[in-house]
Write a protein that binds this ligand. Structure first.
Ligand code: NAP
Length: 267
């Protein structure tokens, strides 16, 4: 299989590394088109052999094209890419908020898949939801699934509209987690614990709690109960969360992210 990646930024390089690491593609069968000179230099140091500054006729020889430029840069990519596309090629767009139908009509190409990854993909712990174009074959869906799974878990969303909710949930999700962690570390500091120690306590707590969450058969409510004894310290904190509507606000915040994703999708 030969894969071309348009845009060698954070996500583009994540896929390049994951494909090579998983033996899906050999380095010599991977092309990255990256307009930024410095980034091309970095990619060269990583061992990427075929690096182009612009989309050229060579792209026609690749089976899969991953479009990994920022959504606002897609317009500039369209004239060059549509010129070199061949019918049998499969396109996977990871651009946030650009609908399959818009990419299909811009590029005049039917086989367009759309995926929403997240940044833990860099370490192989990502979760990617993707949607397939109408009438796509099982074979194509399976190829895309295999490619995306090289960066973590992967789930097919039959209804493409759900990708806005996915963007709000797992696409942006890592930032919410960092935000919560940041405030826990700050709380530790305000209670007199030095930052590196507070940071270690919080990070290891999150890791440990995640392991329980992922391995226990208990419900989340029961897990909370297992930590919070009646009249104890955890309950004091949870009561504060409830009285200041932290839970409701988290839900509202994610709905705001979904609303923004919809606005961006609808241009
Ligand atoms: N980061 C995330 O958490 C995340 C999650 C889900 C989806 N996504 C999507 O993934 C895509 C890439 O995000 P990213 O964070 O990897 O962005 P990024 O680091 O900015 O990477 C995009 C790269 O594409 C280059 N580029 C722009 N136009 C080009 C062209 N015509 N030909 C070749 N290269 C071109 C950019 O160069 P310049 O810097 O010179 O413009 C940049 O190096 C976005 O569409 C985003 O919506 C990102």
């Amino acid at each position: 299989m030969k894969i071309a990646i348009i845009g060698g930024g954070n996500m583009g390089i994540t896929y390049a590394r994951a494909f090579v690491r998983s033996n899906i593609v050999k380095m010599e069968d991977l092309l990255i088109v990256e307009k930024h000179d410095e980034k091309r230099e970095e990619l060269k140091k990583e061992g990427v052999a075929i690096l182009n500054k612009e989309i050229s006729a060579e792209v026609s020889d690749y089976d899969i094209i991953i479009v990994a430029v920022k959504p606002q840069d897609f317009k500039a990519v369209v004239p060059e890419l549509s010129r070199v596309l061949t019918k049998k090629q499969l396109i996977i767009s990871i651009m946030a908020g650009i609908k399959i139908s818009n990419i299909q009509s811009a590029l005049n190409h039917q086989s367009v898949f759309r995926a929403m990854p997240n940044t833990p993909a860099q370490l192989g712990f990502g979760i990617t939801a993707f949607s397939a174009p109408e009438n796509s074959s099982m074979e194509h869906v399976s190829i895309v699934d295999t490619l995306l799974e090289t960066t973590g878990k992967c789930i097919l969303m039959k209804n493409e509209e759900m990708l806005d909710a996915v963007t709000a949930l797992s696409g942006s999700g890592p930032a919410y987690f960092y935000y919560f962690v940041k405030h826990m570390i700050e709380a530790g500091k305000q209670m007199g614990i030095e930052e590196p120690v507070s940071s270690m306590l919080v990070k290891q707590t999150m890791l440990g709690a995640f392991q329980i969450l992922n391995n226990s058969k208990m419900s989340i409510d029961d897990m909370i109960k297992a930590v919070a004894s009646k009249g104890g310290t955890t309950e004091a904190a949870l009561n504060k969360f409830d009285s200041t509507a932290v839970g409701t606000n988290i839900i509202e915040a994610l709905k705001a992210a979904e609303k923004r994703a919809k606005e961006l999708s609808n241009g």
